[in-house]
Design a protein around this ligand. Structure first.
Ligand code: TLP
Length: 345
């Protein structure tokens, strides 16, 4: 397993020895009764970091987003999101399944919604239209290549949205990467939005778990939705212990992931047939086109696997490379060299 260079996602990291030790030694209780001290500490610390009243520990990012969407909407409403958003494309229609809403996708060049783009899609109740219930923004934006919302763009979206009595949820699965890229505190990113979900098990390296932060009232209600979804986890302090290390110590590792992604992007862009603007790479995700190589993305993926590199095709013509703490700069260099070899056969 260790010999693979695994660039499929930052979900593939294994917990560090320090995390495993903390998990083994974690103080635990029954979290459904609110009695797990390690989960409580993780929730308090997360709320403080994001400048929100409360936080909820959930098993996955999908559950955090699902709860947030349910909190802010009523059945039959629309959720405005970018057309490549995770909630629309990779969460098994939970917007419809749990919240009873439909997604209203808005195409953007870079995954970043603006108020102008959103305004055109806002609908009031009418004999024909479902009203808008929520605006959802993804920061960083996964399938647009780890792009980052400028603070001013989020502030403008929230000002107008709140003025209309609507809420904004941020899918911040990788919001720690956004904070590093912008050089700002998490609370600055979170300040204008109503709820933020973030993942402990992506770039931050915990084995499982995500958080939802927001008002005390929203999180109290969210706790009930978590139970409905089967997310009441009892002695989950064994997981929260790793989550605490993820949020306290691993953000300092992200700058290296970003540097490795930029390096990979520069090297890939120099390969004939690859389409990629290296300047667009701000965090740990590189999306690039391969149609100019004459080899289908799935075929490149298979050829790379035979060479010990795991890299996903995300469409017939595009691939995604994600850096994380389990791949160092030399492994990334080797992967790019093997990519050049794989398309040349
Ligand atoms: N993303 C995964 C896959 O599902 C695509 C990945 O490998 O990147 N929001 C965003 C922006 C995400 O990227 C993901 C996971 C989630 C939510 C969902 O998190 P989980 O997998 O914990 O449900």
């Amino acid at each position: 397993m260790n010999e693979w260079i695994d660039l499929r996602s930052d979900t593939v990291t294994r917990p560090t020895p320090e995390m495993r030790r903390a998990m083994a030694e974690a103080e635990v209780g029954d979290d459904v009764y609110g009695e797990d001290p390690t989960v409580n500490r993780l929730e308090e610390r997360s709320a403080a970091l994001f400048g929100k009243e409360a936080a909820l520990f959930v098993p996955t990012g999908t559950m955090a987003n699902t709860i947030a969407i349910k909190l802010h909407t009523r059945h039959g409403e629309e959720v405005i999101c970018d057309s490549r958003s995770h909630i629309l494309n990779y969460e098994l229609s939970m917007v419809a399944w749990f919240a009873g809403c439909v997604a209203r996708p808005v195409p953007t060049p870079d995954g970043i919604l603006t108020w102008d783009a959103i305004r055109a899609e806002i609908r009031k109740t009418s004999p024909h239209w479902a009203p808008t219930g929520l605006i959802e923004i993804e920061n960083t934006h996964n399938m647009a290549g780890g792009t980052v919302y400028p603070l001013g763009t989020v502030a403008e979206i929230c000002d107008h949205t709140h003025g209309m009595g609507l809420k904004v949820h941020m899918d911040g699965a990788r919001v720690f990467n956004a904070a590093v890229a912008l050089g700002v505190e998490l609370r600055e990113i979170a300040a204008p939005v109503d709820t933020v979900s973030f993942c402990l098990s992506k770039a931050l390296g915990a084995p499982a778990g995500s958080m939802l932060v927001g008002t005390a009232a929203d999180i109290a209600q969210g706790r009930l939705y978590r139970k409905r979804l089967g997310g009441g986890m009892r002695q989950s302090g064994v997981l929260a212990a790793a989550g605490l290390i993820a949020i306290e110590e691993h953000p300092s590792l992200l700058a290296a992931d970003h540097a490795n992604a930029r390096k990979a992007a520069a090297a890939l862009a120099a390969i004939p047939g690859v389409s990629l603007d290296p300047a667009s790479v701000r965090t740990n995700i590189v999306i690039f086109g391969v149609s100019g190589t004459g080899v289908a993305a799935e075929e490149i993926s298979a050829r790379l696997k035979a060479r010990g590199v795991l890299l996903n095709a995300i469409s017939p013509t595009h691939m995604r490379l994600v850096t994380h703490y389990d791949v160092d700069a030399s492994a990334v260099d080797r992967a790019v060299a093997l990519f050049a070899e794989a398309i040349a056969v």
